[in-house]
Design a protein around this ligand. Structure first.
Ligand SMILES: Cc1cc2nc3c(=O)[nH]c(=O)nc-3n(C[C@H](O)[C@H](O)[C@H](O)COP(=O)(O)OP(=O)(O)OC[C@H]3O[C@@H](n4cnc5c(N)ncnc54)[C@H](O)[C@@H]3O)c2cc1C
Length: 231
């Protein structure tokens, strides 16, 4: 069993099922000292026979001193995500590492643009709420197959189609005013070529590759940061 200073004891304080494949889990974590928006932690599950499974998850909450929240997408037959989505419950104990990674943290030196698909929105919930608390500007693009997957729609809808650009690719909600297409060459036409942007892309490997290809054809100088969740 892993018992190093690297992992902390954590207990589930709250769990919200968002839709058929997403949930948000809030943990109280021992020895937690906050995080930098964009960092992730490793979760370690231990079975009764001692078998352990460890997976990284982006921290979705704004920095706090007593714990963190994680947006988990249930992957079919996924060992850790299925357990967290289907079986974990309030009061359950697991181990969570201290925050990891300085590569994808919010720089906030230029105008931040967040580009996410699905659960790739997780680090941007942390980053955008952090910026909102400081009343600072950002743009957010989020692709989801359905409306319920736009997990932070309500808190951003006042900026719909000005700073917040959600797109739904499978469902067709009535009176939907956001985007309906996948990321494409017209997605970023609203950006001002005379401004300086730092661009953050997060989601599946395929989504990140697609986004990078599209962005490489735009004649704007971006600082680009990517986080790939897997295939
Ligand atoms: C830095 C980092 C941050 C991450 N943050 C998050 C997060 O905030 N929220 C989140 O839900 N996930 C996140 N992930 C993905 C997460 O770590 C796991 O890979 C994912 O939950 C699947 O683990 P599992 O044990 O359920 O599946 P596994 O048992 O490891 O895999 C089962 C099958 O699913 C495939 N698979 C694995 N991951 C994915 C995927 N993302 N999409 C489609 N198929 C996949 C595998 O190839 C395998 O065939 C992050 C990954 C990285 C590298």
């Amino acid at each position: 069993m892993i018992e190093s200073q690297y992992f902390n004891h954590a207990v589930i304080k709250n769990k919200k099922i968002i839709n058929e494949d997403l949930c948000m889990i809030d943990f109280k974590i021992e020895n937690w000292k906050g995080h930098i928006p964009g960092q992730y932690s490793e979760m370690c599950l231990t079975a009764e026979n001692g078998y352990q499974a460890i997976r990284p998850y982006s921290i979705a909450s704004t920095p706090k001193i007593d714990g963190a929240s994680f947006l988990v997408e249930k992957i079919p037959n996924g060992e850790v995500s299925s357990f967290l989505y289907d079986f974990s419950d309030i009061g359950d104990k697991i181990q969570i590492s201290n925050p990891i990674g300085m590569r994808f943290i919010l720089q906030n030196k230029k105008i931040p643009i967040f580009i996410a698909s699905g659960s790739g929105i997780a680090p941007f919930i942390s980053m955008s709420n952090y910026l909102k608390n400081k009343r600072e500007l950002f743009y957010m693009y989020h692709w989801s197959k359905n409306f319920s997957g736009l997990v932070n729609f309500m808190e951003n809808k006042k900026d719909l189609n000005s700073f917040y650009f959600p797109s739904i690719t499978r469902e067709k909600p009535l009176n939907w005013l956001g985007g309906k297409e996948r990321i494409n060459s017209k997605t970023f036409i609203n950006l001002d070529k005379n401004k300086n942007y730092e661009l953050y892309i997060c989601g599946s490997d395929l989504f990140v590759e697609n986004a990078l290809e599209i962005i490489s054809k735009i004649k704007i100088n971006f600082d680009i940061y990517t986080e790939r969740f897997g295939s």
